[in-house]
Ligand binder design. Structure first.
Ligand code: NAP
Length: 228
């Protein structure tokens, strides 16, 4: 079934090109939602732009494929929709000075154990921030199954409008994500700074109920979080 992205309002952000690194489930869905909201996207995977022909054909003229460094450079801001690796594999220099939306969730079955996260010393998003020291990292789109990014959005004020968490050490980055969520049809609950983002990590109440949390419900679930 083809998802038809919901469009609520024209893009109001002064920045109009999003560099998306990761063209899998999340990256491609963010690209679809972004284009239907008036953005341009430059999108990359690990295998090279030539492997993204079908996606670019589907996305149309507002999209082009690139290598990761080129996508990072082209974006007014960037999305990293790639699992975090212990050794950084993202283009640090090209992302410097930019807001970087980090969609990563820590999945031991996929990522293996990362001791500094297991011990509670760091959150995954703090590690991403360490990997990208000159960027403004912000947790975004971690709490929605990828296909729903283009289908679950609702207009502002709808009683069943879902809320998504965001977290950053940079208020400007939270503001940008809040506007983007709103354009895509979601409310925001800020859970800053990045060191607090464990509250929405897999296994916490905000995670297990991620399919259907309104703003009030998400706030309650974040306060119910306990360090394991
Ligand atoms: N799936 C969901 O519903 C969901 C929801 C919320 C958050 N998340 C999180 O979002 C992140 C992405 O998840 P996903 O499901 O979209 O994963 P995915 O479908 O496996 O896609 C991962 C993408 O990252 C690319 N990639 C990997 N290493 C790269 C590198 N060094 N440079 C450029 N591109 C690279 C892959 O390219 P190749 O295919 O060419 O290797 C692929 O396009 C994960 O951290 C996940 O936990 C997922």
């Amino acid at each position: 079934m083809t998802n038809i992205p919901i469009k609520f309002r024209e893009a109001e952000l002064p920045m109009t090109t999003i560099g998306i690194i990761g063209a899998g489930e999340v990256g491609s869905q963010i690209a679809r939602a972004a284009i239907s909201n008036g953005y341009k996207v430059v999108i990359a995977n690990s295998r090279g732009p030539e492997t993204l022909k079908n996606l670019i054909t589907e996305l149309g003229p507002s999209a082009r494929a690139a290598r990761a460094a080129d996508a990072a450079e082209a974006g007014d801001f960037a999305v990293v929709a790639v699992p975090l690796k212990v050794v950084n594999d993202m283009p640090v220099e090209e992302l410097a000075g930019k807001i970087v939306l980090d969609t990563n969730n820590y999945m031991i079955w996929r990522d293996g154990h990362i001791p500094v996260i297991d011990s509670g010393k760091k959150t995954v998003h703090e590690l991403r921030q360490e990997h990208l020291p000159n960027s403004k990292v912000v947790q975004a789109f971690t709490h929605i199954q990828a296909p729903r990014i283009t289908t679950a959005g609702r207009p502002p004020g709808a009683p069943d409008r879902l809320a998504l968490p965001t977290s950053s050490d940079f208020p400007q980055a939270v503001d940008l994500v809040t506007r983007l969520y709103d354009q895509f049809g979601f409310d925001t609950v800020e859970n800053s700074p990045l060191s607090e983002s464990w509250r929405s990590a897999p296994g916490q109440p905000a995670w297990t109920e991620l399919a259907h949390q309104t703003r009030d419900e998400l706030i309650v679930n974040l306060t119910r979080a306990r360090r394991s």
